[in-house]
Design a protein around this ligand. Structure first.
Ligand code: BES
Ligand code: ZN
Ligand code: ZN
Length: 501
């Protein structure tokens, strides 16, 4: 999709669809007023006749029968003026793509929201809007027949903005959104690819593809033998049931100048989670190709890093494994030693993510970073606590928590902190080993999982983001979040890193 900005009067432009807007119970103003004049006031009449109120999400589409240089004109409702914020812009971007698709048009002109009037400023508004347009236009068609591929989808969006300085700001926002969305699309593709095709090796290949000339990214890949040499018994145990060998990946981005900080990002990379011998019921297994979404977020972020160019050394680490039952699989009751020497009693082979992360976090800690952030589809318990939309944040450091929550508030990704309530640390103590990979039944399952992880980060400031809910959409609730992988966390991490430099 090409998004550009144009200064000029509507009467001088032409295209397939023109979108103008109206606030709730507002009057036609600005571009909407110009559009009304273009149609000989048919637009205003229709608004009255159809009792169009301008509620957010309300749309009215008017064919022009060739009397105007646009084939169709649409008015979208922006809702109440005070409530129209960055996230509303993002949602609106998604709605516009949907409307254009329904209208079967490829070229859209937008004289939409009062982006320049918004508190966040024209640059941020432009970014949020362009994010919505792009994120809503994502499609995963790898496995679709030709017919579906022929669907008309908007290709060209032109934003009409008369003020020069504001147009320049909006343009910067559009470019920032493009960089991020390229990474997000890459992550979404990885999550949406079926596990039969996206093996641990393929996930490592995807990481490798971020290493291009001038990217300032380098990579180390560890095969099974190299992982064994590093002492990654825990991750290897989880991968042992699969015929697909585990692979370890360590990406490094080094900035041009001196790095202000060194940050390690760790992703859960279970390419399929059958539950292992503690086999999941059929229904719970259906979406488990998405259990590598954490790693996809890291890879997607690395795609964007060379252009984001933070003054931060960024390490991206994941240990890719497939969790399968077999004669060679790890058993409930097995005890393994993680890379940092901690012994783990595996009581449920479906709580596999934390066991693989034990080694990935141990590896990250050895790099002596200023902070470690892990992103993982770790527990269903976090979905019970916060639902499908909100990720859970758990951390051992107040400052880090605040930085990440701020980044999430800015990026528009819903994140809520759960407490590492110290008494619950007891729930992962094991009778036979140092710790066990289950908590106290189902109580506070997201938090006990985090306490398990805390054994592998030492004193390093560390944050754990459980994305089991928002990493994958099963029921579409907003137009900028199509079904399947979402790429949750990329925008947030990008903001966090840029805030450090
Ligand atoms: N990958 C799952 C968590 C999950 C569930 C992510 C649904 C996304 C959607 C994880 O490996 C898992 O199975 N966790 C168990 C842990 C339990 C056995 C202690 C869970 O949360 O039920
Ligand atoms: Zn599991
Ligand atoms: Zn899992």
């Amino acid at each position: 999709m090409n998004i550009s900005i144009k200064r000029g009067k509507l009467a001088e432009l032409s295209g397939d669809l023109l979108v103008v807007s109206m606030h709730k119970n507002g009057a036609l103003a600005g571009a909407a007023l110009e559009a009304d004049a273009l149609t000989g006031h048919a637009l205003g009449e229709l608004i009255t006749r159809d009792k169009f109120e301008g509620a957010f999400g309300e749309w009215l589409v008017l064919p022009t029968f060739g009397r105007v240089p646009f084939k169709k004109i649409a008015v979208c409702g922006l809702g109440e003026k005070g409530k129209f914020d960055a996230d509303a812009l993002r949602k609106l971007g998604g709605q516009i793509v949907k409307q254009a698709k329904d209208a079967k048009v490829k070229r859209v002109f937008l004289a939409v929201p009062g982006m320049d009037e918004m508190e966040i400023g024209a640059r941020e508004a432009g970014q949020a809007f362009a994010e919505g347009l792009r994120l809503g236009s994502y499609r995963f068609l790898e496995y679709k027949s030709k017919k579906d591929k022929a669907d008309v989808f908007v290709e060209d969006v032109t934003i009409v903005e008369p003020h020069k300085a504001k147009a320049a700001q909006i343009e910067k926002g559009i470019e920032a959104a493009r960089i991020l969305c390229d990474g997000i699309f890459f992550a979404r593709d990885l999550v949406n690819t079926p596990s039969g095709h996206l093996t641990p090796n393929k996930l490592a290949d995807a990481a490798q593809s971020t290493v291009t000339k001038g990217s300032r990214i380098s990579i180390k890949i560890f095969d099974e033998a190299a992982m064994a040499k590093l002492g990654m018994q825990a991750a290897l145990a989880i991968g042992s049931g699969s015929v697909r060998a585990p692979v370890g990946v360590h990406l490094v981005y080094r900035p041009k100048g001196k790095a202000k900080k060194k940050i390690a990002l760790v992703g859960k990379a279970v390419t399929f989670d059958s539950g292992g011998l503690s086999l999941k019921p059929s229904d719970a297994m259906i979406t488990m190709k998405s259990d590598m979404a954490g790693a996809a977020t890291i890879i997607g972020l690395f795609k964007a890093l060379p252009k984001l160019a933070p003054d931060v050394e960024v390490h991206g680490i994941f240990l890719a494994v497939e969790n399968m039952p077999s004669g060679n699989a790890c058993r409930p009751g097995d005890i393994v030693k993680a890379m940092n020497g901690t012994t783990i009693e595996i009581l449920n082979t479906d709580a596999e993510g934390r066991v693989t992360l034990a080694d990935a976090l141990s590896y990250a800690q050895k790099l002596k970073p200023d902070a470690i952030i892990d992103v993982a589809t770790l527990t269903y318990a976090v979905v019970i606590a916060l639902g499908d939309d909100i990720a859970g944040l758990m951390t051992n450091n107040r400052k880090l928590s605040q930085k990440i929550l701020n980044a999430a508030a800015e990026s528009g990704e819903a994140l809520w902190e759960l407490p590492l309530h110290q008494p619950y640390a007891e729930h992962v103590k094991s009778k036979l080993a140092d710790i066990k990979n289950t908590g106290a039944g189902r109580a506070a399952g997201a938090i006990t999982a985090a306490f398990f992880l805390s054994h592998f980060v030492g004193e390093t400031p560390w944050a754990h983001v459980d994305i089991a809910g928002p990493s994958f959409v099963e029921k579409e609730t907003r137009a900028d979040m199509p079904l399947g992988g979402t790429g949750f966390g990329i925008r947030l991490l990008a903001r966090y890193l840029q805030g450090l430099s």
